[in-house]
Each structure stands twice: as structure tokens, then as C-alpha cells.
Design a protein around this ligand. Structure first.
Ligand SMILES: *[C@@H]1O[C@H](CO)[C@@H](O)[C@H](O)[C@H]1NC(C)=O
Ligand SMILES: *[C@@H]1O[C@H](CO)[C@@H](O)[C@H](O)[C@H]1NC(C)=O
Ligand SMILES: *[C@@H]1O[C@H](CO)[C@@H](O)[C@H](O)[C@H]1NC(C)=O
Ligand SMILES: *[C@@H]1O[C@H](CO)[C@@H](O)[C@H](O)[C@H]1NC(C)=O
Ligand SMILES: *[C@@H]1O[C@H](CO)[C@@H](O)[C@H](O)[C@H]1NC(C)=O
Ligand SMILES: *[C@@H]1O[C@H](CO)[C@@H](O)[C@H](O)[C@H]1NC(C)=O
Ligand SMILES: *[C@@H]1O[C@H](CO)[C@@H](O)[C@H](O)[C@H]1NC(C)=O
Ligand SMILES: *[C@@H]1O[C@H](CO)[C@@H](O)[C@H](O)[C@H]1NC(C)=O
Ligand SMILES: *[C@@H]1O[C@H](CO)[C@@H](O)[C@H](O)[C@H]1NC(C)=O
Ligand SMILES: *[C@@H]1O[C@H](CO)[C@@H](O)[C@H](O)[C@H]1NC(C)=O
Ligand SMILES: *[C@@H]1O[C@H](CO)[C@@H](O)[C@H](O)[C@H]1NC(C)=O
Ligand SMILES: *[C@@H]1O[C@H](CO)[C@@H](O)[C@H](O)[C@H]1NC(C)=O
Length: 565
């Protein structure tokens, strides 16, 4: 019955699309205007010109004119010729931004050295007798503060090497780091030694005995190895090989990190025949009559609690009301039915519930991840379990998708699968076997958590470090912080809450499973500067606070005076 209804529905939508694409191709929203119809064109153009100007400032001299041409085109400045605002033509002068003074380590009351290769945690932490691990260095700073008070500035200087902070980790919270600082750790610098490469990994280095599991019909070889008991399987959701994220066994094949929707082999399937239609679950609604902002898209404050919003934590969302702006209550499909030729190995899936389905929102502005609840190979049907909360607007249909983490889909080079029941890791090399295998174990490497707004962590500087190889967090709690279309997981590699005067500078964030820097709730005077962010599975920097409902003024639980350059 349900199938029939969703078929009918798709048919009607399909018909409308055909009419549209035949007669009105320019009505595609991707070809639309960037104009904000709520404000006069003259103001809109001034804003666009300002954006073009700012974009030019941050470009290197060499590519500035190209960049300006591109941003003028993207912002449709041709609409603005008749307007009487003043456009600052992009010039050759490069404006320099004021940056906060950062603390110098000449101010260190005491410097504690850490070195993985030569260190020993029983040493005293001098340059010649370094400690081996960072948590022990932190304990030493706490002892020094007991003797000398909390106002002294201390420095932890880390020598080159790789520090596997995921090894023997005691928490898998994305908000509590392997290195966890509180208010009593104020006035601290953590940095690399001179120009040495200090790699902080969220994984555990795997020392494995590989043997051949089987040869595939396509000529590949699947290898297998038993995992030692100290690898925590629940948090091993990313495998990093020679410093790069490997591919979880998936259909269709292809690396999501390097192939995209417009690539020749995108690694996504476009073969969804039907999306199993959602059931609307009513929320309790709160509507505030005043203030009323007449003529705007979001004229009233309104929010839905529980019901369809139950998938978020807390269970509340602007989009879980009967009639949010645009009229579409948040819902997501309950499953997908592939075309006949798609998902060819489905009848061989022995344990489909290990699988995850990654799905674009049908309008592509976000994507969802679902656990698989059940499959029906005859119908090429996958029913979804938990998931779909990684975007806040929802829709009854998905776009291109792929299925990951199914053993029988391990059929292509660089794919892996972890059989948790037998603690066996399977991997198909691309020719020769690579060297360094690291299993992710944690998502948060350093947390700064002040006891309260009145007693924050203050004056901390983290610089010159390389952060990498963390667990992904896309099935953890997501919050809908606003009336924007997005939801967010409030955790990250560096997690800040109740802080003041924190500087995160000159670090490299690469090959991460989660957000790189999470600035959550009360944080004041935070400087995130001169860092490089590459190969992330989530955002580079997130700033998320909370309000007391419509009252955002009498509570201080938001980031303020944050500078990101
Ligand atoms: C910038 O534009 C010029 C001419 O339009 C072109 O020759 C040059 O290759 C472009 N540079 C870059 C970095 O794209
Ligand atoms: C960019 O150009 C300006 C003005 O021509 C010059 O002063 C500045 O040194 C240049 N910057 C770089 C990084 O080349
Ligand atoms: C924070 O550090 C600055 C120097 O960098 C120092 O002047 C100030 O006293 C410190 N703040 C506190 C509360 O210790
Ligand atoms: C992890 O724990 C094991 C067993 O307690 C210990 O032998 C090993 O040294 C620890 N490794 C690290 C990096 O702390
Ligand atoms: C923090 O320091 C204060 C005073 O120095 C001390 O009383 C308190 O117990 C410390 N708190 C923690 C969590 O160590
Ligand atoms: C965190 O660790 C606990 C205890 O091992 C485990 O049950 C849980 O699944 C882990 N949480 C996540 C999100 O991996
Ligand atoms: C809202 O604006 C419209 C058009 O500008 C106007 O007709 C209407 O009376 C306004 N409503 C209120 C409650 O002010
Ligand atoms: C509907 O919402 C309630 C909470 O209001 C929740 O307990 C229930 O699981 C939801 N039902 C479905 C089918 O999602
Ligand atoms: C299922 O697995 C068997 C045994 O490995 C294999 O012979 C067969 O081709 C597979 N069928 C599909 C549809 O993948
Ligand atoms: C396998 O190796 C070949 C040759 O080096 C390379 O072209 C290809 O991209 C590699 N495939 C994967 C999945 O890494
Ligand atoms: C941060 O401060 C707030 C309010 O002072 C407090 O409720 C919260 O528990 C603090 N956060 C942490 C992680 O201690
Ligand atoms: C924050 O840092 C600045 C510059 O180092 C310093 O002057 C100021 O005292 C610091 N504020 C606090 C509360 O420590």
C-alpha cells in the first residue's frame, strides 16, 4: 500500500519536472538571482560590492584580479551598474588586519618538554630529560601550580614525533579531550619545539599480522588481520592508512574524499527509484506573537518540541512546526528502493544492519546518514533506522546516495571492513600492502572546559601542532540552533567552552573525522588564526551558543568577540 502511494507521488512530481525542464530551464534555482528581494536593490548591491572588496583583500596579490572577476560574476554585479552606491575598486594595496598580541614563551615561568622517542615519564621534563607523554606533562603543571599558585604561566613544548592520543583513551566524548584542561589550567601554552613536526593522532597504531583472506574475481586480494584487545571497536569508525583516510567497503565504489558528484565515477548512485515516504509526527508548537517582523520570511519566533524534532538533541527545531517558512515540516524518507540493476550484491549481504546509507538532500544543500534497519533484496529496498538529523530542513526525497560498511561490498582497492563480532579487519590493497595502519579511537584531542562563566579557562595558547586521525561523529547528537537549514554536532578536535583569551594558531588540521575547532556556548576573546584545514569530514570552525528561547540577551551562553583569520 505504502509503495503504491509513494509511486503515485513520484509520478506526479516527475511529470511536473518534465514540463519544467522542457519549457523553463532558467527556472532551475541554481540559475536564479542572488538578489535578496526583501531589501532595496541599492542596499543589496552595496552589500555585494562590499563582499567583492573583502574577498579581494584576503587574496594573494598574484591571483587577486582573477578572484575579483570570479566574485563579481558569482555575485551578479552586472545587476548593479545603475545603482548609486560607491564601489571601492579592488586596489593593489593589501590591508593588514589587526591581530591580538599572542603570548611569548619568554614569559614562561617554567617550560616542560615532551618527547615520545627519547622521553620518560619519570624524568623531570627539562630539554635533556623530557617526559614521554603530554598528559603526564599536564600533571606536572598542576603540581607546579599547587606550589606556585594559578597565576604563573607555564609552557608545554612538544618535540617532533607522532603522539597516538587515542591509545588507552579513557573517554570517547567529543567534548572531553585526551588532553583535558579546566579553569585551574589557565595561563598555559602548548606548542611544538622550534620547527619540529608534532603530530597528535586520535587513533591507535595497529601492529597487525596480515594473511590472505581471498582473491576476488576482479584480481584483487582481500587481506585479514585480528585486532589486538586494546583497540576499542565502538570508536573505530575511520581507518587511516599512511596518513590518509581509507574507504569503508561501499557501493558504488569510489573515494568520497576525492570524487564528487560531477566526477566521471562519482562514487554515488543516482539509481533511487522511490523514497519510502515519511510519517509526519506532530510536535508541540510554540508561537510568539510579538515581535512581528512584517514582510520578512521569518516574521515570528516559533519552535516545535518533540514529535518530529525528537531526532535532535535537544528535541526542538524551528522546522518542526506545521507551517514553518516555506511550509515544509522537517521529515526525512524512511527508506529507499533502488532501480532493478542497482545494488547487485544485495542478495548476498549477510549482515545488512552494519551498513550506513549516505544520502544527499534532494536539493543538495545538505546530506543525511542513516543506519540500515532492514533490507528486502527482491524489491531492492533498504529501510532506514536512526539518522537523517545531520541537516535540519528535511525533505520527503533524497538525492544521490551510497551504501557503506557492508562486508560483501569490499570489492575494490583501498576498501576496508571491520567485523566487530570476530574482531577481524579486512582490507584490499591497491597492489602492494601499505605500512602504517591507524584505527580512530577518539574525536576530541584537546578540550578547554571552564567550570563556569564566572570562572573560565583563561589565557591558553595552542600552536604549531598537527591534528589528525580522529573518529567521525556524524551519528552522534545534532542540535538545530536556529531557523537556518542546518543542524550541527557540538563536538570537535579542539573543544572550547567557558573560556576567555584562548588562541589557536598556526596549527594544521588534516584527515579528521569531526569538526576541527568547536567554540561552544560561553567563549570570549577567542583567536583562531593562521591555521590550515584540509581533508576534514566536517566543519573547520563552528561557533554555537544557546539562547533562552527568544531571549538571547540576558544569557551569556554564546561565543563573543571571536576572531578567525
Ligand atoms: C588569471 O587571469 C589571467 C588572464 O585572464 C590568466 O592568464 C591567468 O592564468 C589567471 N591566473 C590564475 C591563477 O588563474
Ligand atoms: C602585494 O602588493 C603590494 C602593493 O603592490 C605590496 O606592497 C606587497 O608587498 C605585496 N604582497 C605580497 C605578499 O607580494
Ligand atoms: C593573561 O596573560 C597576560 C599576559 O599574556 C597577563 O598580563 C594577564 O595577567 C593574564 N591574566 C590572568 C587573569 O592571569
Ligand atoms: C596502554 O596500556 C597498556 C596496558 O596497560 C600499556 O602497556 C601501554 O604502555 C599503554 N600505552 C600508552 C601509549 O599509554
Ligand atoms: C583549583 O584550584 C583551587 C585553588 O588553587 C583549588 O581549591 C581547587 O580544588 C582546584 N580545583 C581542581 C578541580 O583541581
Ligand atoms: C563510547 O564508548 C562506550 C563504552 O565503550 C561505547 O558503549 C559507546 O558506543 C561509545 N560511543 C560512541 C559514540 O562510539
Ligand atoms: C504587513 O504588511 C502588509 C504589506 O506591507 C500590510 O498590508 C499589512 O497590514 C501588515 N500587517 C501588519 C499586522 O502590520
Ligand atoms: C514521535 O514523537 C515522539 C515524541 O513526541 C517520539 O517518542 C516517537 O518516537 C516519534 N515517533 C516516530 C515514529 O518517530
Ligand atoms: C554471491 O556470493 C557468491 C559466493 O561468493 C558468488 O558466487 C555470487 O556471484 C554472489 N552473487 C552476487 C549477486 O553478488
Ligand atoms: C591504485 O593505484 C593506481 C596506480 O598507482 C592509481 O592510479 C589508482 O588511483 C589507485 N587506486 C586507489 C583506489 O587508490
Ligand atoms: C560552563 O558554565 C555554565 C554556566 O556558568 C555551566 O552551567 C556549565 O556547566 C559550564 N560548563 C562546563 C563544561 O563546566
Ligand atoms: C587577555 O590577553 C591580553 C593580551 O595578552 C591581556 O592583556 C589580558 O589581560 C588578558 N585578559 C585576561 C582576562 O587575562
Amino acid at each position: 500500500m505504502n509503495i503504491f502511494l509513494s509511486k503515485m507521488f513520484i509520478f506526479v512530481i516527475g511529470y511536473v519536472n518534465i514540463v519544467n525542464s522542457a519549457s523553463l530551464i532558467s527556472s532551475d534555482p541554481r540559475h536564479g538571482t542572488v538578489r535578496n528581494s526583501n531589501i532595496p536593490l541599492v542596499d543589496d548591491c552595496a552589500l555585494r560590492a562590499f563582499t567583492v572588496e573583502m574577498a579581494a583583500y584576503i587574496q594573494p596579490n598574484a591571483s587577486r584580479s582573477n578572484w575579483t572577476a570570479l566574485s563579481e560574476s558569482a555575485l551578479q554585479m552586472n545587476e548593479c551598474h545603475d545603482q548609486s552606491y560607491r564601489v571601492q575598486k579592488s586596489s593593489n594595496t593589501r590591508k593588514s588586519f589587526e591581530t591580538l598580541q599572542t603570548t611569548k614563551n619568554s614569559d614562561c615561568f617554567r617550560t616542560i618538554f615532551v618527547q615520545d622517542s627519547m622521553g620518560n615519564d619519570l624524568f623531570d621534563g627539562t630539554l635533556d630529560r623530557p617526559l614521554k607523554t603530554i598528559p603526564v606533562a599536564l600533571s606536572l603543571t598542576r603540581n607546579l601550580r599547587l606550589a606556585h599558585g594559578n597565576e604563573i604561566q607555564l609552557c608545554i613544548v612538544i618535540r617532533g614525533g607522532t603522539y597516538y592520543l587515542g591509545t588507552n583513551a579513557t573517554t570517547n566524548s567529543s567534548q572531553i579531550g585526551a588532553i583535558s584542561l579546566t579553569s585551574n589550567d589557565s595561563n598555559l601554552i602548548i606548542e611544538n619545539y622550534k620547527d619540529e613536526r608534532v603530530i597528535l593522532s586520535g587513533g591507535i597504531l595497529l601492529q597487525l599480522q596480515w594473511s590472505v583472506y581471498k582473491k576476488t574475481s576482479t584480481g584483487g586480494t582481500i587481506m585479514k588481520a585480528l585486532l589486538p584487545p586494546n583497540v576499542k571497536l565502538s570508536d573505530f569508525n575511520e581507518l587511516y592508512i599512511d596518513g590518509r583516510r581509507a574507504i569503508v567497503a561501499k557501493y558504488p565504489n569510489g573515494d568520497p574524499a576525492t570524487q564528487g558528484l560531477y566526477a566521471k565515477e562519482p562514487g554515488f548512485s543516482f539509481d533511487a527509484e522511490f523514497w519510502w515516504q515519511p510519517e509526519h509526527n506532530r510536535s508541540q508548537e510554540i508561537h510568539i506573537a510579538e515581535p512581528f517582523r512584517n514582510g520578512t520570511h521569518f516574521s515570528h519566533y516559533q519552535i516545535g518540541l518533540n514529535g518530529g524534532a525528537s531526532v535532535f538533541n535537544p528535541p526542538s527545531s524551528f522546522w518542526s512546526t506545521a507551517r514553518p517558512y516555506g511550509n515544509n515540516n522537517y521529515v526525512v524518507p524512511r527508506g529507499v528502493i533502488g532501480k532493478l540493476h542497482s545494488l547487485p550484491h544485495m542478495s548476498n549481504w549477510t549482515k545488512p544492519t552494519t551498513g550506513l546509507v549516505h544520502v544527499f538532500h534532494s536539493l543538495y544543500w545538505g546530506s543525511w546518514v542513516f543506519e540500515i534497519a532492514s533490507v528486502h533484496p527482491m524489491e531492492k529496498r533498504i529501510m532506514f533506522g536512526r539518522g537523517g538529523f545531520q541537516e535540519a530542513r528535511g525533505h520527503r526525497f533524497g538525492g544521490p546516495f551510497y551504501v557503506a560498511n557492508i562486508f560483501e561490498e569490499l570489492d575494490s582497492p583501498n576498501e576496508w571492513f571491520l567485523d566487530k563480532d570476530s574482531r577481524t579487519l579486512y582490507f584490499m590493497p591497491n597492489g602492494t600492502m601499505p605500512n602504517v595502519f591507524v584505527a580512530s579511537q577518539i574525536s576530541c584531542l584537546i578540550s578547554l572546559r571552564g567550570n563556569s562563566i564566572q570562572e573560565p579557562v583563561n589565557n591558553i595558547s595552542i600552536r604549531g601542532l598537527i591534528f589528525t586521525e580522529t573518529s567521525n561523529t556524524y551519528l552522534r547528537d545534532y542540535i538545530v540552533p536556529s531557523g537556518g537549514d542546518w543542524s550541527v554536532h557540538r563536538g570537535g578536535t579542539i573543544f572550547l567552552t567557558n573560556t576567555t583569551n584562548v588562541t589557536v594558531s598556526e596549527n594544521l588540521f588534516t584527515e579528521l573525522g569531526s569538526n576541527a575547532v568547536a567554540v561552544i556556548e560561553y567563549n570570549k576573546d577567542t583567536l583562531v588564526t593562521l591555521n590550515e584545514f584540509v581533508w576534514l569530514a566536517d566543519s573547520a570552525v563552528i561557533l554555537v551558543g544557546t539562547t533562552n528561547g527568544i531571549d538571547g540577551f540576558s544569557v551569556a551562553t554564546q561565543p563573543t568577540n571571536i576572531m578567525i583569520l
